[in-house]
Design a protein around this ligand. Structure first.
Ligand code: 9Z3
Length: 360
């Protein structure tokens, strides 16, 4: 790494954490994670870390502008629900204000929850609105308090979401953590992974967050808002270190690690996913392409190697290094009851995680 502060550098994970600032909330966040993991250990549960949503890259210290990412956190929030349903405890590490399990059904949507609520129809509509204080939360003292109900058409769906949500709260199996910048994400990921290492093989990582590949080191950030009026703006960014490497080899070598590969050219999916497995040596890479990600993904994992001793002639034919497993659903789902691809992804991963635990 160069020691001047204006030049671009190549960061290893080690040099990154040695030079980039630790977020002030990290210690408190990790205390919460520590206690959550202790409780799950006592209950003998598997714990999955689900990362979700995009990271930002601030362009100024007093940040006015930043680089962002398209991800709304649908994959992560949906997957977290299926993990919870299967009895996993979930650490949901998500971009602040991105989609969350359960509430996702009624947020960031073209069909927001207010559309499903009705003010008691037995009262004349004029008496249900306090025209003098149209937006006041305090009912006028003399007015009857109208009841709010859920429309009949939405009641069954809401009830099932609400029941699942309440059950998870009661069992305390969901722990929320949030990040905004790529720096906060990296520090949290390292600290949470280290905490999870006490779980051994019962820990799973489901890294669905869309993490920036580039960032501006703190030392090269302009303190104040970048001024216009000086013509074009050129910014040279550094590469974010490949964090899967220390995660797999140092922070939690026993964990079952699932990473995602996003491409816009579908022909690159399989080779790029294989390259990631080759490089980091973890368990599964899920390849998804931007336009079909809700209906088709491919799971790439190391192929089980046959033992030559089990072959009749004692010789092995050349074996593929990787297994490919496509998961696909019909893109034309009924709006009333859509199937979500995450249901099949999580079922498959849980099967494999179980085998991973049993093979210890
Ligand atoms: C994913 O590929 C996720 O599935 C999506 C989910 C971001 C596509 P949405 O929030 O989208 O449901 O709309 N996440 C990982 C993307 C990523 O940054 N992967 C890195 C890469 O492709 C490797 S870690 O290089």
């Amino acid at each position: 790494m160069s020691d001047t502060t204006n030049e671009s550098q190549t960061f290893s994970a080690e040099s990154y954490f040695a030079t980039q600032p630790q977020p002030p909330s990290l210690a408190a966040d990790i205390q919460g994670v520590h206690e959550f993991i202790q409780r799950q250990r006592q209950a003998n549960r598997c714990v999955v870390l689900v990362t979700s949503g995009g990271t930002t890259v601030p362009l100024e210290l007093n940040v006015v502008r930043f680089l962002d990412n398209f991800s709304a956190g649908t994959r992560g929030a949906t997957s977290a629900e299926y993990f919870l349903k299967a009895g996993y405890a979930v650490i949901f590490m998500h971009r602040q204000f991105s989609l969350q399990p359960f509430s996702r059904h009624y947020s960031h949507t073209t069909n927001p929850f207010l559309n499903f609520l009705e003010v008691d129809a037995s009262l004349p509509s004029s008496s249900t609105i306090d025209t003098a204080y149209p937006y006041s939360y305090d009912p006028a003292p003399t007015a009857p308090t109208p009841q709010v109900t859920v429309t009949l058409a939405e009641r069954a769906r809401l009830l099932s979401v609400l029941r699942a949500y309440k059950a998870v709260h009661e069992q305390e199996t969901l722990h929320m953590l949030s990040f905004v910048t790529v720096n906060e994400y990296l520090w949290l990921l390292r600290a949470v992974s280290r905490e999870m290492s006490v779980l051994g093989r019962k820990a799973m990582y489901y890294l669905a967050a869309a993490v920036s590949d580039f960032f501006l080191p703190q030392q090269r950030l302009s303190e104040h808002k970048i001024q216009s009026g000086k013509g074009n703006l050129s910014i040279e960014m550094d590469q974010v270190p490949k964090i899967l490497k220390p995660l797999v080899s140092e922070w939690n070598p026993e964990g079952f690690i699932v990473s995602f590969k996003l491409e816009t050219d579908e022909t690159l999916l399989v080779p790029k996913a294989q390259q990631a497995l080759e490089r980091y040596g973890h368990q599964v890479v899920i390849g998804n392409d931007l336009h079909h990600r809700k209906y088709r993904v491919v799971l790439i994992s190391p192929a089980a190697q046959e033992d030559a001793a089990n072959q009749p002639n004692g010789v092995l034919a050349s074996q593929p290094k990787y297994d490919k497993f496509w998961i696909e659903i019909d893109p034309n789902q009924p709006p009333s009851h859509p199937k979500e691809i995450e249901e099949d992804i999580i079922n498959e991963l849980i099967k494999r995680h179980k085998a991973w635990i049993e093979s210890a």
